[in-house]
Design a protein around this ligand. Structure first.
Ligand SMILES: [Zn+2]
Length: 231
């Protein structure tokens, strides 16, 4: 029987946290509350972020395409849209925080954000093409791995999902902080001399912003993403 909740692992094939947490949830028999999919099976097997193009930029996908990820996106999208709640689980090697990503400009009442025991919610609507941007009852969870014990992070992710699945009330849910991701800072010699830290406000070239995922995407020429604090 189909359940209400769909957990998604391996949207990026080299991010194993989703599968690790799902295994742990299954061991505790909590899989009676959720179904799950491995979003990018080939990239997961090859331990790569993706094969042809970023799956998280490929939704809603295409039934026929020369790009593997566009076909997989189409398939996943048909599955995911049947669920009441969808949670896509990610990790960032250079990240130092855990947060919820909502791929829209504002929160809605289609997902019970308060039941996710994480303080920071990021509104991140651009670039397009994530599954969570196409379905308004879906979120992404991002776990930062830099300088942290992997087992601790997995346990934290497990606890967050266990509380959500068991519909536990979180008492301190009112203290949520909401940020909006509005752009990114290009990496260059000048930029690389300055120290940026995730979620620590900076003033740089007459612009003040909160950096996000510093050094995670240097290979794309991005020093960090930029955020405003909304609440
Ligand atoms: Zn990811």
């Amino acid at each position: 029987m189909k359940k209400d909740i769909l957990l998604i692992s391996s949207t990026h094939g080299n991010e194993k946290i989703g599968l690790e947490v799902i295994e742990k949830l299954k061991k505790e028999k909590l899989d009676k509350y959720f179904d799950y999919i491995i979003a990018n099976p080939k990239a997961n097997k090859q331990d790569k972020r993706f094969l042809d193009k970023d799956l998280n930029r490929s939704y809603p996908g295409k039934k026929e395409s020369k790009f593997y990820e566009e076909k997989v996106a189409y398939k996943n999208f048909q599955i995911a849209k049947k669920y009441k709640y969808v949670i896509d689980i990610h990790e960032a090697e250079k990240g130092i925080n855990d947060f919820v990503i909502v791929a829209r400009d504002s929160l809605n009442d289609k997902f019970p954000y308060k039941k996710i025991n994480l303080k920071n919610i990021l509104l991140w609507s651009d670039p397009k093409g994530s599954l969570c941007g196409e379905i308004d009852n879906a979120i992404e969870l991002e776990f930062g791995m830099k300088g942290r014990n992997r087992v601790d992070v997995i346990n934290k992710a497990y606890n967050i999902l266990e509380m959500f699945l068991l519909n536990k009330i979180i008492r301190y849910s009112k203290s949520k902080k909401i940020y909006k991701v509005y752009g990114f800072l290009n990496d260059n010699k000048f930029v690389s001399r300055k120290v940026f830290k995730d979620f620590k406000k900076v003033n740089f070239k007459n612009e003040s912003f909160y950096p996000l995922l510093v050094d995670q995407y240097l290979d794309l020429g991005i020093k960090c993403y930029k955020m405003n604090k909304i609440k």
